[in-house]
Design a protein around this ligand. Structure first.
Ligand SMILES: [Zn+2]
Length: 270
């Protein structure tokens, strides 16, 4: 990943998409107008922050990354596996207009100039791009989305709806909680029924708790679906280890702001 700074806004981008005619970025806390526990770049409307500050942050952030705020389409995340095919009909939904959809953890489109937006504060952001068929997708994967393999659902959707071939798809896994910061109980481990699940967690019998690597597990799921090893980038950033850059649910609890991931096909990508 690379740290970028434009118009006083700090955001992250991926090396794997460096040359691609797309926007694929992740926000940090730096560069917005929110105050106190929401400072500075809170992009969540439902956290108790002043809505005018959040809206201002959306304007600042979209300007810094070169997308039109009025066209952004926001997910509605409930830790399930539904993926919405987004079109220009959805412009502005979740910011300027009521959503016509609900319970959507993944977004997908092949339209240009249509910025997809998903939300994070420790969960795993996963970006998908097919440079041949010109399709982008984003999903939010917490432990539930990981356990039910939303990555696989996204790949299937790219193939069935847009005729993508798995060998062409490039995946980026963004900043999320790391294994040493993510302590979970038996319920989470029991939900991970992949052949390779046990490679991604450690058991601490003295406290009967586990530590699990959600980024690594999602990468393994992608590979098991046929994504090429060298078509996957995994961010080294942990959202809990870096409070100077990120809001973290595990660190800050409910008293926190929210990061976003944004993805868009540029006009010249067609
Ligand atoms: Zn960490």
């Amino acid at each position: 990943m690379k740290i970028n700074n434009n118009k006083k806004v700090t955001f992250l981008s991926f090396d794997i998409y460096e040359e691609a005619p797309i926007v694929a970025v992740h926000s940090t806390r730096l560069g917005g107008v929110s105050k106190g526990r929401f400072s500075e770049m809170n992009l969540g409307f439902s956290r108790g922050d002043n809505p005018n500050d959040v809206l201002k942050n959306y304007h600042l952030f979209s300007e810094a990354i070169g997308v039109e705020v009025s066209k952004m389409v926001l997910s509605d995340q409930w830790h399930h596996n539904q993926i919405l095919q987004v079109t220009s009909e959805h412009f502005g939904m979740g910011i300027f207009k009521e959503r016509t959809y609900g319970d959507v953890d993944g977004l997908i489109t092949n339209e240009t100039n249509l910025p997809l937006v998903t939300f994070y504060a420790d969960c795993v952001p996963i970006y998908f791009y097919d440079p041949i068929n010109k399709v982008i997708g984003m999903t939010h994967a917490g432990w539930r989305g990981t356990a039910t393999a939303i990555v696989k659902d996204m790949i299937k959707k790219m193939m069935s709806v847009y005729n993508c071939e798995v060998k062409n798809i490039k995946i980026a896994i963004g900043p999320a909680i790391c294994k040493s910061c993510y302590e979970v109980d038996q319920q989470v481990i029991d939900a991970m029924t992949f052949d390779f699940s046990d490679l991604y967690y450690d058991h601490y019998p003295e406290k009967d708790r586990y530590h699990i690597d959600l980024k690594g597990l999602n990468k393994a799921i992608a590979i098991s679906c046929g994504i090429l090893q060298d078509h996957i980038e995994v961010s080294e950033y942990c959202t809990k280890c870096h409070p100077e850059l990120f809001f973290s649910h595990r660190r800050h609890g409910n008293d926190r702001g929210t990061q976003i991931g944004v993805m868009m096909l540029k006009e010249d990508s067609k």
